[in-house]
Design a protein around this ligand. Structure first.
Ligand SMILES: [Zn+2]
Length: 435
């Protein structure tokens, strides 16, 4: 009996080794990939361009041509792109991956990738876990989008929140290099260097900071080549203080109402702005949006997280309307809109949430479909400091490509009609789930 069990276990070990080696073999991109006769929707907002040949080599796009490409040589995989629409891999620029069991994280990352998301920006969690997930993605050990992440800085008042305590287990809350309390004696240059040492490419400013602190932190982060993302308001600093400091992105459109709301020191009230008193078309908000355009501060509206979650808060309907309306005005004023969900996947949903956010950017905030697509491709990449690497389909860019069965310019919901997902030149999803 026990001999039979050990034999079964040995066979299982051999079988799982075989699965592992084929998975690793699959992680190497083919020598070249040619996508022929495809309609290009390149992420810049330019009109769709039919009859394009995209040649990919060593994980990068090497050419984008109108003419039919020369006959591919040996080792070049060809995908017949007739009837297909090539868009850049989608970027969800507001996720939180850590917390909860690892099996759930791995499953969620796979769902995101197979649903067309090839890059995510984690806006604060446990950097130890994020660094390891990022390494596993790069090494081809897990099916996942590329992972970039922010380290958090906040006033001490935030460090009783159970989420931040969990994300810095082993440290006194506020002392972890990726979740740092800004106290009067803090050596800011050292703290920013330590945040950068976690592998983060950005700082996230969360709460309980004043205008002077925000200005000094942002300047030091930029000096050390980190991007800066802030909640739309951080108390007591207002949205306009964050814009004046030159942060790169403000998250949660509804929080911009605090530019005109009566001041509060309680960051817990961040979603309770004066939505009735400070309308999105009021002069104070218009000035704020002009400042965002001039200082090139992007807006990360996160419409879905407010709209689709059951919420018994009586302010919810006003908050949802206000966020959508200010996003509409920001877009009209020339502010870069960056798509993010604050919830990459939801239990039971086949596709990642970014498709819902794209839909809301069109149906609630009135963006044209290709502008919404740019929010989840080019604009996100540029705001993350990755614009030369990804976010558009052009020679030299990383070959993160999604092939759709219908035109997203006609209907943004066509981003859900995924035929192929190509990550770094490797086909990770093909028709009917095959490769
Ligand atoms: Zn968030």
């Amino acid at each position: 009996m026990s001999r039979m069990i050990s034999r079964i276990l040995r066979l299982a070990a051999v079988a799982s080794a075989a699965v592992l080696s084929s998975a690793l073999a699959g992680s190497a991109p083919p020598a070249a990939l040619l996508i022929d006769h495809v309609t290009l929707v390149d992420g810049t907002g330019a009109p769709p361009r039919p009859g394009v040949s995209l040649l990919v080599r060593d994980g990068r796009i090497v050419s984008v041509t109108d003419a039919p490409a020369a006959r591919p040589g040996d080792g070049v995989r060809v995908i017949d792109g007739r009837g297909l629409f090539a868009i850049p891999g989608l970027i969800d620029a507001h996720v939180h991956l850590t917390g909860g069991p690892r099996a759930g994280q791995i499953a969620s990352l796979r769902t995101a990738l197979e649903g067309g998301v090839t890059t995510v920006w984690d806006l604060a969690g446990d950097a130890r876990t994020l660094g390891e997930l990022s390494r596993e993605q790069i090494a081809g050990e897990i099916a996942s989008p590329s992972i970039f992440y922010a380290a958090l800085m906040s006033g001490p008042a935030f460090f009783t929140d159970p989420r931040v305590v969990e994300a810095s287990v082993g440290y006194r809350p506020g002392d972890a290099p990726w979740a740092r309390a800004v106290t009067p004696g803090l050596d800011l240059a050292q703290a920013v260097a330590e945040a950068r040492g976690t592998g983060a490419n950005a700082l996230k400013l969360y709460a309980a900071l004043d205008a002077d602190q925000v200005r000094r932190i942002t300047a030091e982060a930029h000096r050390q080549s980190l991007r800066v993302v802030a909640h739309g308001t951080v108390f007591p600093a207002r949205p306009g203080d964050l814009v004046a400091a030159g942060v790169d992105m403000l998250a949660h459109a509804a929080y911009l109402a605090w530019e005109g709301s009566a001041p509060s020191l309680e960051f817990q009230k961040r979603a309770q702005g004066d939505f009735a008193g400070v309308t999105p078309d009021s002069p104070v908000i218009e000035r704020l949006l002009q400042g965002m355009r001039e200082r090139r501060v992007a807006l990360n509206p996160t419409l879905w997280v407010f709209a689709d979650r059951p919420d018994s808060d009586p302010a919810a309907p006003a908050r949802i309307r206000w966020g959508a309306e200010v996003t509409r005005r920001a877009f009209a004023d020339g502010v870069a809109i960056v798509a993010g969900t604050d919830g990459m996947t939801t239990r039971g949903a086949a596709l990642p949430t970014i498709h819902r956010e794209l839909e809301l950017l069109v149906t609630s905030a009135g963006l044209p479909p290709l502008a919404a697509l740019s929010a989840a491709t080019r604009n996100a990449a540029e705001t993350m400091g990755l614009g030369d690497d990804r976010g558009t389909l052009a020679p030299g860019r990383r070959a993160d490509i999604v092939l759709l069965g219908a035109n997203p310019a006609d209907d943004i919901r066509n981003t859900q009609r995924i035929e192929y997902v190509i990550e770094g030149g490797r086909v990770v999803r093909g028709p009917a789930g095959g490769r």
